[in-house]
Design a protein around this ligand. Structure first.
Ligand SMILES: [Ca+2]
Ligand SMILES: [Ca+2]
Length: 365
């Protein structure tokens, strides 16, 4: 594992407008504190029965206590700590293009990627917003660049993300790979290029909300304890892929051994123990919480909702919200973000071509 930060995305978005940013020095963490699981002070909550009829497309997550984090993951997944969550409803799959289209048709909502960026949007994110060429202030979003120059590529170089990722003018949820692409044949694929704000707007329309990070991880584990994947310990049990990720050497070669180069239709692989599809892989999923790498050292035990403010040492000053579950871009030689404990973060006004979301609903008790 090399880094928890695949790409400082807001910097990358800015980079699409002007090459001006440098990477912050890598963050290194102090020694891992002792695992506090055995000293959990409160009585364990009892899993809750579903409070009523199942809302369409959702499953009941019964709540309870679980060991959040992993001892063998990245530093921000530690320490493993006992967390309790109340029962809640969760979408059984990522929100699809068809569902998002219904939201847009009903509300006229316009996503951030479809709006022309303004110079002032980048204040505080790049050194001098006045250097942004006017012609580069064009609506778009972040995509993978499959044609990046392999001859000059060095993954140990500090600027490699700028070769592999690119700001594509005209890319948005209707045109995931740029203006010449469409979702006509991808109605059952997860919607992408949605920012955290866009996801929250959808949830409000659907009378739902984003899950907290703790709810997401509890649900993703499917009732299993201290396993890396929604189905157990092995990434590829019995030699079969159970998720849509990247096979081959990232970022040079994607063999698509699981059948998919990019997004797959939702409900493509077997669900986990709670009946959830695609929690690992396919697209990252926005959660409600702010990100801090050290949050697990201070998290409350019951129904944690994240820190009051975000902090990402790789991009200090840039607000970050949690993303979970990994995507079709995650490989075993790089991010392994598809592990149920893996944490990622994104700037909340930025969408990318490999991040979507699913909605939660409180039990109403
Ligand atoms: Ca794949
Ligand atoms: Ca997912």
């Amino acid at each position: 594992m090399k880094s928890t930060t695949l790409v400082p995305l807001i910097t990358l978005v800015a980079c699409g407008l002007i090459v001006a940013a440098a990477f912050a020095p890598p963050w290194s963490r102090k020694a891992t504190p002792p695992d506090p699981v055995s000293v959990a002070p409160n009585p364990e909550p009892v899993p809750q029965e579903a409070p009523g009829p199942v809302p369409e497309g959702m499953v009941w997550i019964p709540g309870g206590a679980f060991d959040m984090g992993a001892t063998d993951g990245f530093p921000d997944e530690q320490p493993v700590h006992r967390v309790a969550v109340d029962g809640f409803w969760l979408d059984e799959a990522e929100v699809t293009n068809a569902q998002f289209a219904e939201f847009v048709a009903n509300t006229g909502y316009v996503t951030i990627a479809e709006k022309t960026p303004k110079r002032e949007d980048f204040v505080g994110q790049i050194p001098d917003v006045n250097e942004i060429p006017e012609e580069n202030l064009v609506a778009g979003s972040v995509c993978y660049n499959p044609e990046f120059d392999r001859t000059t590529f060095r993954k140990d170089g500090p600027l490699w993300p700028y070769q592999v990722w690119q700001y594509v003018k005209g890319a948005n949820w209707r045109h995931p790979a740029g203006p010449d692409s469409s979702i006509e044949e991808k109605q059952a694929h997860p919607v992408v290029h949605v920012s955290h704000e866009d996801a929250v707007a959808y949830c409000r329309w659907a009378k739902k909300r984003l899950p907290t990070e703790a709810e997401w991880e509890f649900a993703a584990r499917g009732g299993l304890s201290r396993q890396s994947f929604p189905w157990g310990k092995e990434l590829k049990p019995e030699g079969k892929w159970r998720l849509n990720i990247w096979q081959g050497n990232f970022p040079e070669e994607n063999t698509a051994d699981d059948g998919f180069l990019a997004t797959a239709p939702v409900r493509q692989f077997s669900p986990n123990g709670y009946g959830l599809y695609g929690v690992s892989g396919n697209v990252w999923e926005w959660c409600a919480d702010f990100y801090r790498p050290d949050y697990y050292e201070m998290s409350p035990r019951d129904n944690p909702t994240g820190p009051e403010a975000s902090f990402d040492p790789n991009e200090p000053g840039v607000i970050k919200r949690i993303q979970r579950g990994g995507s079709f871009m995650c490989s075993d030689n790089y991010c392994t973000g598809y592990r149920v404990s893996a944490r990622m973060k994104g700037e909340p006004t930025t969408g990318t071509f490999h991040c979507g979301f699913r909605c939660a609903l409180s039990s109403g008790k």
